[in-house]
Write a protein that binds this ligand. Structure first.
Ligand code: ATP
Length: 691
């Protein structure tokens, strides 16, 4: 802004020859206080004012006196390319209200009046304000200023953007109404600045610096400069996450049971995890930054794989023996930079083979242990169907069973309860082609009649009230591919006999509630302790079914018919229960004698139970007859008596246990005198023996 932009052009002028009267007329016409005097060349010659007119009148000079005699020749001028401030200074300094404007040749070009100056300064003020506003709006920080009353006077574009409030909404309003959380009121009140405060302005987190605006000694306002840190906050959170991940990664690397090292593109060690330190016996911190070559040469690390990887630019794997005596497998894998295609890092894995070898040894040991255990389980499984058969009758039974086992023919096992029918059925199954298939044993007498049908044949979903939602396969279906053993088949109700016959004939089973029969392939072994023939005669058992199941009948004799089996069975069970209860009981010969003379109405099952009891309750290693159940002792004794010639050892044993011939007589069911006679006959001195 220059003078020429604001000066009044072509101002009213006077000539040097113009007279006083003319000048007065001009002043009056244009309502001015004075005018510059310009010569014929346009140059400024002087200035003539009302004061000169009055001075002329006062001196009584004629009105036609030329103004050149009275005008002031020394005139304060200003150049047209000066700034308005110069004119302002001049006006103030010399107390003049009008300053002539000249060019460099001193030609009058205009007039700078007070009004023009005010216009110039108003323009300048406006320019400054616009510039300041532009500056404020260009600032990336939000700026909010209040006057001493707390009214917002400045609110720049950034402030509007950050807070989401428009400039019009805020400027001119009290700060408490529009941004109560700004804190500016406090600054106004205390006059204290605050820096780096984190505040939330309309859901945006900002960092604000607030200062009072002081003029002289007075607080005339307060200003707040703030910037949005939401992004920075998000970034710092991301940074936190990355930091945490880096820490976690570090923890994982350190926790790895494998040695892990990181090397840069020049082969310098960056990191070594704990396992690596332990395996190599070094401290990672002390050797960090050293080159792979030096690490190898100085014997710190077995980094041959790294050297190889650096040389060939690819993975390398080396087995080395360390100075610690350990054998390690080191693998160096380069990580290639995506852009330059050069090596960026090398990851080194070090596996302690010594430990692996130890693990392998432990594994082998474990395997051997499991193998042994498996073998013993297999042995037990084999043993479980081991049938003791010393008697010729039992040996015949097993021979027949062995012979018929491979064929799929139906077998009917006959025998009293506890003779081993179930065991024999398993014996046959394990020797048949179906040995790997299932062995399903059903005790027809043990299952309540109303459940037997659904148990045998299964049922479909919702076949009857209380039926399982998904239905259930029957035992017959479950025997598919194996053997179905129907024990106590004589107890089968007539309705089921007919159904069973259909299954046997058609080799198909239909579940209760089902429509479609499904094929089944099983081998049937039936067993009974009843006389089926008689039942057939009485109409209690279906003849057709009897013929179907009685293809190969095998009869197991009761134990009393094969006493030769008793002693081996006793030893068999003694061994089993010793093992089971981890004891080492033996059987006294007298006890064995008693056991052999007992008729075993409950057959092998009874013997098995008695043996378990003896092993468990006997307090001595050797099981004496005294441990035998009362009823066995009684029955065995009467059996002896029936033979008419009791064993001398037995008689003495009994006498020792019971303590009197009367009690022995009562136990044996004979007269006391008979007992005395027997004892005498065997040459025992009763009183001597007793003592
Ligand atoms: N010869 C044997 N050798 C070894 N153990 C046998 C022998 N006979 C039977 N046992 C054992 O005796 C117990 C009874 O045998 P099993 O259950 O086979 O008899 P069962 O005739 O099927 O009886 P029930 O008709 O009452 O069901 C079983 O623990 C069985 O292992």
């Amino acid at each position: 802004m220059l003078i020429r932009d604001f000066m009044a052009r072509e101002p009213v002028c006077l000539r040097p020859d113009d007279n006083v009267q003319h000048a007065a007329k001009i002043f009056s016409k244009y309502e001015i206080d004075g005018a510059p005097v310009v010569d014929e060349t346009g140059k400024l010659a002087g200035i003539f004012t009302k004061t000169h007119v009055m001075r002329a009148i006062a001196k009584g000079m004629p009105v036609d006196t030329p103004v050149r005699h009275l005008m002031r020749r020394q005139v304060y001028t200003i150049f047209e390319d000066d700034v308005p401030e110069s004119a302002w200074e001049m006006a103030l300094k010399y107390g003049i209200g009008r300053v002539p404007v000249v060019d460099r040749q001193n030609r009058l070009v205009g007039m700078m009046t007070r009004t023009r100056l005010v216009q110039a300064f108003e323009q300048k003020y406006k320019n400054i304000i616009s510039f300041l506003n532009a500056v404020l709006n260009c600032a990336l920080s939000g700026i909010c200023a209040v006057n001493e009353k707390g009214t917002v006077v400045i609110f720049n574009q950034s402030a509007a953007q950050i807070t989401g409030l428009s400039v019009d909404q805020v400027v001119g309003r009290h700060i408490e109404e529009v941004i109560p959380q700004s804190g500016l009121l406090k600054v106004l009140q205390t006059g204290k600045a605050s820096y780096g405060q984190k505040i939330v302005l309309h859901q945006t987190t900002v960092i604000a610096n607030q200062t009072p605006v002081i003029y002289g000694n007075k607080i005339i306002g307060a200003v707040s400069l703030f910037h949005d840190v939401s992004e920075v906050e998000a970034l710092s959170q991301q940074l936190e996450t990355v930091k945490r991940m880096a820490q976690e990664l570090d923890t994982i690397i350190n926790a790895s049971s494998e040695g892990i090292a990181l090397v840069d593109q020049e082969g310098k060690l960056i990191k070594l995890n704990r396992t690596y330190e332990q395996v190599e016996g070094v401290c990672g911190e002390k050797i960090r930054g050293l080159r792979a070559k030096d690490l190898v040469q100085k014997g710190y690390l077995s980094f041959l794989a790294v050297l190889a990887a650096l040389e060939k630019g690819g993975s390398a794997c080396v087995i080395e023996r360390l100075r610690t005596g350990r054998e390690v497998l080191t693998t160096a894998t380069p990580i290639v930079d995506e852009h330059s295609r050069g090596i960026r890092r090398i990851v080194v894995n070090c596996r302690d083979l010594t430990e692996l070898a130890e693990l392998r040894r432990q594994l082998e040991e474990e395997r051997a242990r499991y193998h042994a255990e498996l073998e013993s389980l297999r042995w037990e499984a084999r043993e479980s169907d081991r049938m003791v058969a010393k008697s010729s009758s039992m040996r015949d039974v097993l021979a027949v069973a062995q012979r018929v086992a491979p064929y799929d023919s139906n077998i009917l096992i006959l025998g009293e309860s506890g003779t081993g029918k179930d065991l024999l059925a398993r014996f046959i199954h394990h020797r048949s082609a179906r040995a790997t298939g299932p062995f399903i044993s059903v005790d027809c007498a043990a299952i309540p009649e109303n459940l037997l049908e659904s148990e045998l044949f299964g049922y479909t979903a919702g076949a009857f009230t209380g039926a399982d939602r998904q239905g259930k396969p029957g035992l017959i279906e479950m025997a598919d591919g194996g053997t179905l053993f129907l024990n106590e088949i004589g107890e089968l109700p007539p309705g089921l006999q007919a159904k069973l016959l259909t299954v046997i004939q058609e080799k198909q089973v239909r579940r209760l509630g089902g429509i479609k029969p499904c094929p089944v392939n099983f081998r049937l072994i039936a067993a009974t302790n009843r006389n089926l023939e008689q039942m057939v005669e009485k109409g209690a058992f279906r003849r057709d079914l009897y013929y179907r199941i009685n293809v190969i009948p095998i009869r197991i004799p009761p134990l009393r018919e094969r006493p030769e089996d008793i002693a081996p069975l006793v030893h068999h069970f003694l061994h089993r229960f010793n093992k089971k209860f981890n004891v080492f009981r033996q059987i006294a010969p007298e006890t064995m004698e008693w056991l052999q003379n007992y008729p075993w109405p409950g057959n092998v099952r009874e013997l098995e139970n008695v043996m378990e009891r003896l092993v468990v309750i006997s307090v001595e290693e050797v099981i004496k007859p005294g441990s035998l159940p009362e009823q066995i002792r009684k029955m065995a004794a009467s059996a002896l008596v029936k033979k008419g010639n009791p064993e001398p050892a037995l008689l003495l044993n009994l006498y020792q246990q019971l303590g009197s011939t009367r009690k022995v007589a009562a136990a044996l069911g004979v007269n006391q005198s008979t007992v005395v006679r027997w004892l005498k006959k065997y040459g025992y001195n009763l009183s001597a023996t007793r003592s």
